[in-house]
Design a protein around this ligand. Structure first.
Ligand SMILES: Cc1cc2nc3c(=O)[nH]c(=O)nc-3n(C[C@H](O)[C@H](O)[C@H](O)COP(=O)(O)O)c2cc1C
Length: 305
């Protein structure tokens, strides 16, 4: 069999393959580029950028949990200005396909970030983070409010011709309603899912293991939940889904695509093995060959319920 065609289309964005690196798990790409050639993966999603730099939450900000981790980083990032000055030239040099993730604590802040970043060619799409569980302003306040998600999508749509992706929270009752709102307002795709709210205690001090008390749970522990959310969206809304949550091996990526994802993102697994995304890519390539799949996009939403 010929080499399978691994390219996928998300809105106007054509990706060479469906394997993306998830926001917040590979910084702005500089560190991970010591381990993998960013040019080989579909795209890198940047750490969430906000208008002003954010220090994030005080430590302890992460703790390991069974088959996963809790983080309450609180969107620590260098801010828009330094991102433009330092990271955009670096990403251009690396030849990466960049999806810029944006976080904000007001509607206007989202709009300003998109306006300021829209002219940079290296940024091929925006992923709007309305779903961070670890900040008191914005984040889940927006992600849990369907009217806010609607308003953000409607407000950003006219500001850019680039692919507009909204990253949804799993900490809601009906994620499909949020995906429908994104579609109604002209969004091109949704990413599902962000982390789930969780906590952990030290039984001797009786204090929470992370200073923020709660954090976002990620890693293999959340995979079945993430898959169910992707399936829920896929069954009721006609919008491309970028699936993520607990993917650590190629079989997981295939599972997400069967459940309805057009592409997938690798997050926490990068901390364990920074080369895992390329290994996953090799795995799905082999799978396509052995299964006689000529175009990877043929795999999307092929569940047999
Ligand atoms: C340490 C850490 C930091 C994260 N920071 C962000 C962020 O800045 N913006 C965002 O949209 N998601 C962020 N996420 C969420 C991930 O992108 C992803 O949605 C989540 O971890 C589930 O995928 P995974 O189980 O493969 O890690 C972060 C996750 C972790 C573990």
């Amino acid at each position: 069999m010929n080499e399978p065609n691994l390219s996928v289309q998300i809105g106007s964005l054509k990706l060479k393959n469906p394997i993306l690196l998830a926001s917040g798990t590979v910084g702005y790409g500089d560190e991970i580029s010591e381990f993998i050639d960013l040019n080989k993966i579909g795209a890198i999603v940047t750490k969430s950028i906000s208008l002003k730099p954010r220090a994030g939450n005080p430590p302890q900000r992460v703790t390991e949990t069974p088959s996963g981790m809790l983080n309450a980083i609180g969107l620590a990032n260098i801010g828009l200005e330094r991102f433009i000055e330092e990271k955009i030239p670096m990403l251009e040099k690396l030849g990466a396909t960049v999806i810029c993730n944006i976080a904000a604590s007001s509607f206007e802040e989202y709009a300003t970030c998109v306006r300021e970043l829209n002219s940079f060619k290296v940024i091929k799409a925006f992923e709007i983070n309305v779903s961070c569980p670890n900040v008191k302003d914005g984040g889940l306040l927006f992600g849990n409010d369907i009217k806010a998600v609607r308003k953000i999508t409607a407000m950003l749509r006219p500001l850019t011709n680039k692919t507009l992706i909204v990253k949804l929270s799993p900490n809601t009752t009906t994620i499909a309603d949020f995906a429908q709102a994104v579609k109604d307002e002209g969004g091109d795709a949704v990413s599902a899912i962000n982390t789930l709210v969780g906590t952990a205690f030290d039984i001797y001090t009786r204090k929470p293991k992370i200073k923020n008390v709660t954090g976002g749970l990620s890693g293999p522990a959340i995979k079945p939940i993430a898959l169910a959310k992707v399936l829920e969206i896929s069954r009721s809304v006609d919008i491309p889904i970028i699936g993520l949550g607990g993917i650590s091996k190629w079989e997981d990526a295939v599972e997400f695509m069967i459940a309805g994802a057009s592409a997938v993102q690798i997050g926490t697994a990068n901390f364990i093995n920074p080369k895992v995304s390329l290994e996953i890519l090799d795995g799905i390539k082999r799978f396509c060959k052995t299964e006689g799949i000529e175009n990877i996009s043929q795999l999307t939403a092929t569940y047999d319920l």
